[in-house]
Structure formats: structure tokens, C-alpha cells
Write a protein that binds this ligand. Sequence first.
Ligand code: MG
Ligand code: MG
Length: 255
Amino acid sequence: MVIIKTSHEIEQIKKSCVLTANTIKFVAEKIKPGVKTRSLDQMAESFIIKHGGKPSFKGYGLPGNEFPASICVSINDEIVHGIPGDRLLQEGDIVGIDIGTNLNGYFGDSAVTVGVGKISKIAQKLIETTKESLFAGIKAAISGNYIGDISNAIQSTAERNHFSVVREFVGHGVGLKVHEDPQIPNYGRSKTGLRLEKGMVLALEPMVNEGDYHTIYGQDGWTVKTADGKLSAHFEHSIAITMEGNEILTLAGES
Ligand code: MG
Ligand code: MG
């Protein structure tokens, strides 16, 4: 069931989203060669807690298989859900940082992909295209349009640039829980699916691959990787559908 939020709820969700965005900004600025992914996790966790929130990914999942960290760090061929650990960032890597916050019971969710030092031309193009796909999706996310319009905008932007979109993982409703209905695939046909309306809060999150879209799981049971070992990038914003269009909630700023 899709939860339509009141303006009071959207205000509260926005506060959490600003914290999410500020945390991403704080962590992204620390990315450089030689940094251990676990230390990114630790600095994100303390930043979130210092600002009155809780990392919403920590402990997320089915009993016995809870996500063990506060943020996801997915490097190069890792698409999403990478677990921070002892790995050191290297010059030329691309790093996806995905962060969820819970502030007073309201949830924000956002992700970026950044290069470590100097990266290859194809890596740069992949990052730019993924971001462009996200913004094409956001542009289509207006009252009266359909979920399929978002999906199609994302897919066509990625494919026009000769990349592919991951099928198994999707955008989602967000705000009162980490993941809510509806699911928002990153591929699909225009004018299909649920109609968008004011008060929906949605996390759009294209995962775009350099090669084909097939995925495999890493040995930790969480990390999702490209089956062909090529690069993948991920961007995500939480947005609210408004009367006039939409508002991106996960923008850094004063909280
Ligand atoms: Mg996310
Ligand atoms: Mg998400």
C-alpha cells in the first residue's frame, strides 16, 4: 500500500533527508586513495548519531542476516549493498556510498558515486550518465504521470549512452519506513503502472552498468556485483511529489 504523506510528515521526512544528504557530503569529502571503507562507515555513523539520528541500514534485513554496517560502500563492479571493511580505496576506483537515516522515526535515503583520484574516461561517463538518469527520472516524477514514466526516463537515458540498467533492484517509497511501496523499476514503459500523486515520497535510484545488466551476489550474501565484472554506478534521491512537480528532499543544507 502506498502511503500518502501529510505536509507535516513531509516536513519531518525532509529533516531526516537533509541529515542523510549532509552525511553523504561529509563522507564523500573524505574519499581518497588509502582510506579504509570501514572508517567511512564509522565517520558516517558518528555524524548521524551526533545529529540526533540513527543509521537506518544497520541491522536491516531478515533475522540472522541483518546488514552489519551503517552505510553501504560499493566499489567498481559492486553495484549496491557493499559492506564496509578492511578494503582500502585505490586511485581510479569508483565508490558508491548509500546512506539511510532515521530521524525521529522518519526516513531519508540517498546515494552517490564518486571517483577516487583520477578515474578512467569510461568510469567518468558512467557516473555522469547515472546521475543524468536519476535527474531524468526526477523530471518525470510529477503528479498525473505514472511510475512507468520514471522508469522509462531512467532506462532511456542510460541506454542512449550505451549502458544498461540493473533489473533486480528498484527505487521505492520511503519516509515512514526504510522501504515502502511502490517499487520503482529503473526500466519500463511510459504510461504504465501506478499514477503519481501529491504526497507520495519516493526514493529514485538508478543502478547503471558499464556492461550488461546481469548481477551476482558476493560471498558475504549482501554485496551485489555485475556478472561481467565491469563497472557499475548508483545515484539516489528521496523526493516528494508536490502540486507543482516535486521537491528533492535529500539536498545538503542546514538541518
Ligand atoms: Mg539508498
Ligand atoms: Mg533506496
